[in-house]
Design a binder for this molecule. Structure first.
Ligand SMILES: Cc1cc2nc3c(=O)[nH]c(=O)nc-3n(C[C@H](O)[C@H](O)[C@H](O)COP(=O)(O)OP(=O)(O)OC[C@H]3O[C@@H](n4cnc5c(N)ncnc54)[C@H](O)[C@@H]3O)c2cc1C
Length: 629
């Protein structure tokens, strides 16, 4: 069909991880949506490592899934290695990660997009965002053709003013062999957006046939892979899984890099932008950790029928000949053939404080931004923002209140709140440590946390919602049962307890109290209960967490309540802080600059003191709400 001469509810620019989730969400919420991308074939492309999840990121994927998004399902279907990270640590930091088959992942996403009702696709390059009186009304393509829409979601990733560097060579590109989006960047500038420059990079890719894996440590997939999606009951045994392999750099590698560091774009002065602190290039690692004699390198498979490996840990912008020497100096890679060289990439981003919590621009009504353009790095961060931006574009079309996730209910809420209230001066990556209530917002309970939203927004079915409610009813009942059930001291239980360095029972004790002891798991005491044996491991784990960490969870819940009222106190847009005499000039400037939408957001801006919040609260209460909130 001709997709050009139509007016859409929503146009999504870009089909990376943010674009796909945004377009699917808007279309699934009933909006006529057009997705525009350079090519259909790059929908769902993973620019770097074909891995989904990781510490702090697995939580985002679970939330995306629980809100009806696609990333988790795609990862399950195309995963070739699954691992639970931090499995031996507490539930607050446990995270899922999988290595996916790059090609299969992209084909999966293309199939979903192709079959999505209300979603249309156009191959093209967007040059301009069309705006009249600060209201978006469409896009202009490279061909000059204009297409109109009520909302636009912008997700151009690393393409905005993208520049690739390999040694001294610099090419304008958004990804290797793909052109950059310079005109779109100009369009944003002309609309008044300031553009900042960030940097990321990728390692060379290696032909698997030329790697000597016998010299490396093998790392297998978990024996029982845990799926990402709450809808995937299990990863079928027929799904082929592969191993990763671990090797390391050595002093010879380091000498090669140090001898040539002046040729690296980061150190020759070619790149001035800020790179990813937590995922540095190998050049960066040598400079920042100069006393380390080795850095681990993970050889990760890119797919089942592509014998190609991603050497995670040696991202680089060094010249090709240096990359050859560097790779060959690593154990097991002596004869490795580089199929594609690594590179550094610089690209433009907007200051994320330009956005509201809905990811709508404060400057231009109806324009939403998501993904790398907001200063983040990572597929999961992009997808989570894409989903929220797509939802909010749809809500805008329907004239409904924006969808804003709280910090106390989701990683996604923390991610967006950090971006819009504090901004970021380096690529932002999600971590568990950024989340203050991480015992409440865990991977395992994302379905519980998101299901009310998902149902209300029409992104999850009533059937799915009912199943989640039923699951948590069962969990509640079992927790209560374990709180009531008592065990008498006896040889059997005391033997298990002492074997696990826990004091023997002297009196009749509730099972839940035994479970709260450090080092005691439900599995150990299961023979004295037995009732949970028919439940899945995930459900048993959840029951265990809720009992074991009950005290900490209750404390976090109290903190949530203590601050919650601040989130409900709205600050009108364009609020004049200079009229409040009790606020210092510095705080007035900060508040004006960040333009928080709620008192909660104002509270999180660094330098805004609790005293300033109290003054602001009293003022807002008096002036705006006749003494009441
Ligand atoms: C070389 C490289 C290395 C990376 N390394 C890492 C890493 O180590 N760790 C990490 O977490 N992340 C890394 N990333 C970042 C990661 O790829 C991104 O964070 C993620 O892909 C962002 O998703 P996105 O949807 O915002 O954008 P992208 O996935 O980049 O997708 C952008 C989409 O927009 C389309 N587009 C752009 N301009 C236009 C236009 N004018 N008209 C139409 N379509 C347009 C493109 O075709 C593309 O489909 C790396 C990226 C690159 C390029």
């Amino acid at each position: 069909m001709n997709v050009l001469n139509k007016t859409y509810d929503c146009i999504v620019i870009g089909s990376g991880h943010a674009g796909v989730e945004a377009a699917l969400a808007a279309a699934r919420m009933g909006c006529g949506t057009l997705m525009v991308n350079f090519s259909f074939d790059t929908i769902g492309q993973m620019s770097c490592n074909p891995a989904i999840g990781g510490v702090g990121k697995g939580q985002l994927v679970k939330e995306i899934d629980a809100l009806g998004g696609e990333m988790g399902k795609a990862a399950d279907k195309t995963g070739i290695q699954f691992r639970q990270l931090n499995a031996s640590k507490g539930p607050a930091v446990r995270s899922s990660r999988c290595q996916s088959d790059r090609k299969q992942y992209l084909l999966y996403m293309q199939d979903v997009v192709r079959n999505q009702e209300n979603l249309f696709f156009l191959e093209g390059k967007v040059f301009d965002i069309l705006v009249r009186e600060n209201l978006v009304y469409g896009i202009r393509l490279e061909s000059g053709q204009e297409i109109y829409a009520k909302t636009v979601v912008l997700t151009p990733g690393t393409f905005l003013n993208g520049k690739i560097h390999i040694g001294k060579k610099t090419t304008s590109a958004g990804r290797i062999d793909e052109s950059a989006s310079n005109k779109l960047a100009d369009s944003l500038k002309s609309l008044g957006f300031e553009l900042l420059s960030f940097k990321t990079g990728t390692p060379p890719r290696i032909d698997g046939k030329t790697i000597d894996f016998t010299q490396m440590v093998r790392q297998d997939s978990d024996e029982v892979p845990v799926p990402f999606s709450f809808l995937t009951t299990e990863i079928p045994e027929t799904q082929k899984l592969l191993s990763c392999y671990i090797t390391a750099t050595n002093l010879r590698t380091h000498k090669i890099i140090k001898d040539n560091i002046h040729l690296s774009p980061m150190y020759s002065g070619k790149i001035k932008s800020t790179g990813v602190r937590y995922c540095p290039s190998i050049e960066d690692k040598l400079v920042k950790f100069s006393d380390k004699e080795r850095h681990q390198v993970f050889l990760e498979p890119e797919g089942l029928d592509e014998d190609l490996y991603y050497p995670n840990g040696i991202s680089t912008g060094l010249p090709e000949d240096v990359q050859e020497k560097m790779v060959h100096s690593i154990k097991g890679l002596e004869n490795a053939r580089i199929v594609r060289y690594g590179y550094s990439i610089e690209h433009a981003v907007i200051p994320s404080t330009e956005l509201k919590s809905s990811l709508e621009s404060k400057r231009i009504e109806g324009l939403f931004c998501a993904g790398q353009i907001n200063g983040t790095t990572g597929y999961e961060e992009a997808a989570a923002q894409g989903l929220v931006a797509g939802i909010n574009a749809a809500l805008k079309v329907k004239n409904q209140e924006p969808f804003i996730l709280g910090r106390d209910e989701s990683y996604t809420g923390v991610l967006i709140d950090d971006l819009v209230t504090k901004g970021t001066d380096e690529p932002y990556r999600m971590f568990t440590s950024r989340v203050e209530y991480r015992l409440i917002v865990r991977e395992d309970n994302a379905d519980k946390r998101m299901c009310e939203h998902g149902l209300r927004l029409g992104l999850i079915s009533k059937e799915r919602y009912d199943a989640i409610k039923e699951k948590y009813d069962v969990i509640e009942k079992q927790i209560e049962r374990l709180r009531q059930m008592r065990i008498d001291p006896g040889e059997g239980i005391n033997k298990i307890l002492t074997e696990n360095h826990s004091a023997p029972l002297r009196n009749t004790t509730r099972l839940s109290e035994i479970l709260k002891r450090p080092g005691v798991s439900y599995e150990m005491i299961a023979p004295f209960d037995g009732e949970l044996k028919d439940f899945s491991k995930q459900i048993i784990d959840q029951i265990e967490y809720e009992i074991k960490y009950q005290g900490f969870i209750a404390r976090q819940q109290k903190d949530v309540e203590r601050f919650k009222h601040l989130e409900y106190i709205k600050i009108p847009s364009g609020f004049d802080y200079s009229s409040i005499s009790g606020l210092s000039i510095e705080i007035q400037h900060k508040l004006k600059h960040f333009a928080p939408q709620t008192l909660g957001q104002a509270h999180r801006i660094s330098g805004v003191t609790p005293a300033a919040i109290s003054i602001l609260m009293i003022y807002l209460r008096k002036k705006l709400n006749n003494g009441k909130f």
